[in-house]
Design a protein around this ligand. Structure first.
Ligand code: MV4
Length: 463
């Protein structure tokens, strides 16, 4: 490397021991990537996870707090203390917990430890959905119609803005995201009450009363673009995913690529995402979330973390996203250029949850017996085993079943086979629901939108 400044920066960010500030399947996934890179691993746990197998395979294992996440996986001081005690040079936050906490990213880096994720200002910008939208408009990323500024207070201006956009509109909290703090408004008469209610919720839940308004899209699909950026101004996008199959903002099935979206349609959007990353000096992995309706893409949010559904993109792109994420955190340059990224075949992921298939209530308890599928094009990311006790303290995801095949129809057939070879005894899971979904003809035709699964569940209950 010719640039001496970069050389220093590179040396500064190198590390040989990674603390994984997470649990469950993703703790195991990150550990695998660390080992492949020759890095030592530090696992942490709460009291509920003392028996977890990710603790046994790590080089160090510390219990840092009680079962409730606030005292353990969200306890920044305890995690930093653990990192100092064991001499970890980096912290990987996984997803959820502290992964999108700007203050944590900053505290970690201030402590001389590499945060395996973006710098605090990038996280903060994307956490403020108005600032995120403004950054995207500046970079040429297509956004949902509506101002990139907070709603003013005066009634007349608000009414004019909504009228200009055209009803229905959606009121969203700047501090919200992931489905929290939003309200649809169908006519002017409902506008002021909706704003008052959403503002109050936003104040309570996010500590900020800032709101913004957009055109409400009634039947969109949810399509994501995965990006990967180093600190040397290189950025690539790794194709797209369709995550429309959700219930109450919890994704159930994801796939890559999004069916029926041609390279011509999405190519310019992917390039705009990469351009946005360069403009804001983004580091690490990220996901641009879009709504897609009537042939057009509309940015809604950017996730600044590794996502649950990253495997479908790994299967189609052949790129180990977690390995790349750790390498860019070390200051290393990306190993691939955009013209070397080639996506092939089709991948599905099913999220297997410990929950009642009718009521969706979490199902805790001991897994008495377990059979997982194997074979060509089949991947299972999980932390469970026979004798494992599913804890009521954390989210109900217990395994991700991922398949890859040449075509979407082949991948669906492989998923049907993989689901039928999966047996989890002792607790309830959503396996029956997933099996039925992969028999659904509308889904097979790729005729889904963000409401499809909820409508399908209602119809199924009606029968
Ligand atoms: C929208 C929308 C329709 N129009 N914005 C929900 C989660 C958050 N990320 C944004 N969300 C939505 N924003 C406009 N202008 C519909 C949703 C939405 C949704 C989006 C993605 C996946 C599932 C969803 C379920 C309900 C509503």
């Amino acid at each position: 490397m010719a640039d001496p400044v970069n050389e220093v920066y590179l040396a500064d960010r190198r590390f040989d021991r990674v603390l994984i500030a997470n649990r469950g399947e993703i703790a195991e996934r990150i550990q695998r990537a660390c080992r492949e890179l020759g890095l030592k691993t530090v696992a942490i746990c709460s009291e509920a996870d003392r028996q977890a197998s990710y603790g046994k395979t790590a080089d160090s294992f510390l219990c840092i707090g009680p079962s409730n996440a606030a005292g353990s996986y969200l306890n920044q001081d305890a995690i930093l203390l653990a990192a100092h005690l064991i001499g970890a040079g980096a912290i990987h936050p996984g997803y959820g917990f502290l992964s999108e906490n700007a203050a944590f990213s900053e505290a970690v880096e201030k402590a001389g430890i590499a945060f395996i994720g973006p710098e605090a200002p990038s996280i903060a910008t994307m956490g403020d959905k108005i600032a995120a939208k403004r950054a995207m408009i500046l970079a040429g990323v297509p956004c949902v119609p509506g101002p990139d500024t907070a709603l003013p207070d005066d009634t007349a201006s608000v009414e004019r803005i909504a009228r200009e956009i055209g009803y229905p509109v959606i009121i969203k909290a700047a501090g919200g995201g992931g489905g929290r703090g939003m309200r649809v408004v169908h006519e002017a008469e409902q506008l002021h009450q909706a704003i008052a209610l959403t503002r109050e919720e936003a104040r309570q839940a996010f500590g900020s009363a800032a709101l913004y308004v957009e055109k409400f899209l009634q039947h969109p699909r949810h399509i994501e673009i995965q990006v990967l950026c180093d600190i040397h101004d290189n950025a690539v996008w790794l194709g797209h995913r369709d995550c429309s199959m959700q219930r109450r903002h919890q994704k159930v099935v994801e796939e890559a690529p999004a069916p029926g979206i041609s390279a011509d349609m999405i190519g310019p959007v992917g390039l705009a995402c990469v351009e946005a990353c360069r403009q804001i000096g983004y580091r690490g992995v990220g996901t641009f979330e879009f709504l897609y309706e009537n042939g057009a893409f509309y940015f809604i949010e950017m996730n600044t973390r590794l996502q649950v559904e990253h495997p479908v993109t790994e299967m189609t792109s052949g790129i180990d996203i977690v390995r790349a994420q750790i390498m860019v955190a070390q200051g290393l340059p990306l190993e691939m250029r955009q013209d070397e990224v080639e996506c092939a075949g089709h991948s599905f992921e099913c999220r297997i949850n410990a929950e009642d298939p009718e009521s969706f209530l979490p199902s805790a308890g001991m897994i008495s017996d377990l059979a997982l599928p194997e074979g060509q094009g089949i991947r299972v990311d999980t932390h469970i085993h026979a004798g494992y006790r599913v804890s009521p303290y954390y989210d109900s995801l217990i395994a991700k079943l991922i398949v890859h095949a040449p075509t979407r129809a082949d991948a669906m057939a492989k998923m049907r086979e993989a689901l039928s070879a999966t047996r989890i005894e002792g607790i309830s899971t959503n396996l029956p629901l997933l099996r039925a979904l992969f028999e659904d003809e509308g889904f097979a035709r790729g005729e889904t939108d963000i409401h499809y699964l909820e409508q399908w569940l209602r119809q199924r209950r009606g029968q």
